[in-house]
Design a protein around this ligand. Structure first.
Ligand code: AMP
Length: 416
């Protein structure tokens, strides 16, 4: 199948050729004709499936073919995303695919000055990519108007809800014209997402490109059980032993991110941090340094890493397991993208067994455990069964009594 056979116009097909895209991915093959035809779309698609081009290409085409004068401060298409990084990444994709098309596009997110964004909006835009909070700020200052809005995209809708944007989203929806095309992309489908889809979409085309809540198949995944306090030491050991070259490391907290970067730098390993306390320019610089190979290691929190577009990343390390199991899928989605193979290694201590079990339930697979010699934990990570649940072992009663009850180990209080 070719991009031209999906109905894309020559300038787009030529640009895709220069970008080296030879054939549409499954989500693109389904989404492009539907969006071109003006249909609403509900798509279950994770990062790495090519979903961005799946909505960006037909939107660019529709905006070009239905050319119209944009009134000051108006926007014709709006893409809402959860984070600044994803906003930048999605806007970069629109700019790359739309190179040569006569369209005005821009990106708006918080944490940076609002004035340049207001200036850009003054002449009107064909397309705006925005995070919900900043969009509402712009709207409340009359810097953006939606009278001409024809298409709305919610990208990574599940993540927007996880990050608590539901109030902002409802305020945005209330301001939009009722007659419009709406596209909803989400990696996972909670009841909340289904309810959102039911209120927003009219007779949508449903697209599901990978089984619900599974990680990308090409990724080899395993865990290394370890005591919590020895995680930095184990990470340094594996880095050296396995000659890891380019690693994206996920850590639970901002403090933890900085501590690991300090440890790495103390050992002479170039590393950068990316988390919510860093100003946006610093985050983008860190990402560029990592992509260019100037820093071998990028240490990130979940929120900050959302939307990082790094092709063919060989390895993701979960220094800590995520609190929310879905984030495991988002994290591992950073490797093995667009069909490349990848590895995801998790350093797991006994405290994290409940998170481990939740991940196994969500992904429907039990993660292989590989002990690292010399790092076997004193506090063992309780076993999880094939349903991903924690296997509770009966405690030995101190003094056997005839009426003694068998007690169970409560994993929530297991200590590392
Ligand atoms: P996404 O899922 O939209 O984040 O895209 C994942 C990666 O796949 C991005 O780096 C895209 O540049 C790349 N990509 C998207 N579509 C194609 C395609 N048809 N052929 C090759 N690479 C693609």
């Amino acid at each position: 199948m070719s991009f031209a056979s999906l109905g894309l116009i020559d300038p787009l097909v030529r640009t895709l050729g220069t970008l080296g895209y030879q054939a549409p991915t499954p989500v693109q093959a389904q989404a492009i004709p539907a969006v071109l035809a003006g249909r609403d779309v509900l798509a279950a698609a994770q990062t790495g499936t090519g979903k961005t081009a799946g909505f960006a290409l037909p939107i660019l085409q529709n905006l070009t073919m239905q050319a119209q004068q944009v009134a000051p401060n108006s926007v014709r298409a709006l893409v809402l995303v959860p984070t600044r990084e994803l906003a930048e990444q999605v806007h970069r994709s629109f700019a790359a695919y739309g190179a040569g098309l006569p369209l005005r596009t821009h990106v708006a997110y918080g944490g940076v000055s609002i004035n340049p964004q207001m200036m850009k909006l003054r002449k009107g835009l064909d397309l705006l990519v925005a995070t919900p909070g900043r969009l509402l700020d712009l709207y409340s200052q009359n810097a953006v108007k939606f009278d001409q809005l024809q298409t709305l995209v919610l990208d990574e809708a599940d993540r927007m809800l996880d990050l608590g944007f539901s109030r902002e989203l409802n305020a945005v929806f209330a301001a939009l014209p009722a007659r419009r095309q709406t596209l909803l992309f989400s990696a996972t489908f909670s009841d909340q997402i289904r309810a959102l889809a039911a209120t927003l979409l009219a007779d949508p085309v449903s697209i599901e490109v990978s089984p619900r809540n599974t990680t990308v198949k090409a990724i080899a995944q395993w865990i290394v059980p370890v005591d919590k306090k020895r995680k930095p030491e184990l990470f340094m050991h594996l880095l050296k032993k396995k000659r890891w070259d380019q690693v994206l490391v996920f850590v639970k907290t901002r403090k933890g991110v900085d501590a690991l970067v300090d440890t790495l730098e103390a050992h002479g390993v170039a590393a950068d941090a990316i988390h919510g306390d860093k100003p946006q320019p610093a985050r983008l610089r860190a990402l560029e340094r990592f992509k260019a190979g100037h820093a071998r290691i990028l240490v990130a929190t979940d929120v900050a890493a959302r939307g990082l577009d790094i092709d063919d990343l060989p390895l993701v390390v979960n220094f800590d397991l995520p609190i929310v199991a879905e984030d495991y899928i988002h994290r591992t989605g950073r490797t093995g993208r667009a069909g490349a193979s990848g590895e995801a290694v998790s350093l797991v201590c006994a405290d994290e067994v409940v998170q481990l079990a939740a991940i196994e339930v969500l992904t429907g697979q039990t993660l292989v455990r590989i002990d690292e010699a010399g790092f076997e934990p004193d506090h063992r990570v309780p076993l999880t069964d094939t349903r991903g649940e924690v296997v509770k072992k009966p405690k030995k009663p101190k003094k056997p009594k005839a009426d003694a009850q068998v007690s169970t180990v409560d994993v929530r209080f297991a200590r590392c």
